[in-house]
Design a protein around this ligand. Structure first.
Ligand code: FAD
Length: 294
């Protein structure tokens, strides 16, 4: 199923993100964890693309398995920053052959070497270049793009970031998924600004349940997200006890999701980090709310 169809329905949806294994030896355990999450029958599941394309072949294996064995619609991520036109053409053909209908078109993060490099000769400088190529390939994918309620770290202003976001949507994105955030007001402000800028496609908020203290620094560093005082106190108080931290992190994420649904958001994507127990708990916490609908 194309996500553009799903997102238009007057229903509430919860979806999960998983990531592929980094090595051959980890494949079986990742596949098992992903299958447990698929058994929860979320609205859809997204499968990330390893940074730099290193584990790219597994993205499709995992996505295909979720769709074929569990009947869950899938969204395969694809990054382009270190790719040639030929590689991307091949990837697009493989995604199509695998029967995947939804592609998350991303630039990918720059490595420290790339940051200082002359980017003039690059085949892909921004995600918009990939989106245009996917559209030009004639493949009938539903394309998603990434967006940043707290501004992408490389952008100097939010206005500039939103201008490029509009370009991405105009190039052919049917929906956007956000970077993680821990304060819903940042999302509501962002939505107001992008709607004002003429971006009308559905925006799926991405929620990251922080279930262990070690995750905090890494998640904040990667995303540049603001950590609200309420969330910091919870990590201070419970971070040293794994069970307490997990419970508190799930409760915090649940609270964010309920607030989003209560404020008119219809679709929430959970960065489930291949943790079936966390995904199951969150889904259970909002099951009656989802059943009630909009
Ligand atoms: P872009 O849209 O290209 O934006 C990057 C920067 O360039 C922004 O500052 C933007 O304002 C600016 N920009 C955009 N277009 C132009 C233009 N035409 N001219 C000048 N500046 C421009 N990474 C992975 O490696 N694998 C994944 O699976 C993955 N999944 C992700 C899923 C989500 C929902 C999100 C939010 C991020 C994900 N990432 C993933 C991380 C992502 O690759 C990085 O955040 C990356 O730095 C930017 O990717 P992008 O597609 O948003 O880039």
């Amino acid at each position: 199923m194309k996500l553009s169809e799903l997102l238009q329905k007057d229903e509430l949806h919860l979806s999960f993100e998983v990531f592929p294994p980094k090595t051959d030896t980890a494949f079986a355990s990742v596949k098992a964890a992903v299958e447990e999450i698929a058994e929860l029958h979320p609205s859809f599941m997204s499968v990330t693309y390893g940074a730099g394309g290193g584990t790219s072949r597994y993205t499709l294996d995992i996505a295909k398995n979720i769709k074929e064995q569990h009947g869950v619609p899938t969204l395969a991520h694809l990054t382009c920053v270190s790719s040639t036109k030929e590689t991307v053409r091949e990837k697009i053909a493989q995604i199509k052959e695998a029967g995947i209908e939804n592609v998350m078109a991303l630039r990918g993060d720059l490595t420290p070497e790339m940051e200082g490099a002359d980017r003039c000769g690059w085949a892909y400088r921004h995600a918009v270049d990939l989106i245009r190529d996917i559209r030009a390939s004639g493949a009938d994918f539903c394309i998603g793009g990434a967006c940043y309620p707290e501004v992408h770290p490389e952008s100097t202003t939010q206005a500039e970031d939103i201008r490029y976001l509009k370009e991405k949507v105009d190039a052919g994105c049917s929906f956007l998924t956000t970077q993680m955030f821990f304060d819903n007001n940042l999302l509501y402000n962002f939505l107001y600004k992008i709607r004002e800028a003429g971006i009308t496609v559905p925006v799926i908020p991405g929620i990251m349940p922080i279930t262990n203290a070690n995750q905090v620094a890494r998640a904040i560093k990667l995303s540049g997200s603001f950590m609200p005082r309420r969330f910091a106190s919870l990590v201070d108080k419970f971070g040293s006890d794994p069970n307490a931290m997990k419970q508190a992190g799930i409760a915090y994420a649940t609270d964010q999701i309920i607030d989003l649904f209560a404020n008119g958001i219809k679709n929430v994507h959970v960065y489930s980090m291949n943790k079936p127990d966390v995904a199951a708990k969150i889904q259970d916490n909002v099951s009656a709310i989802i059943k009630k609908g909009i």
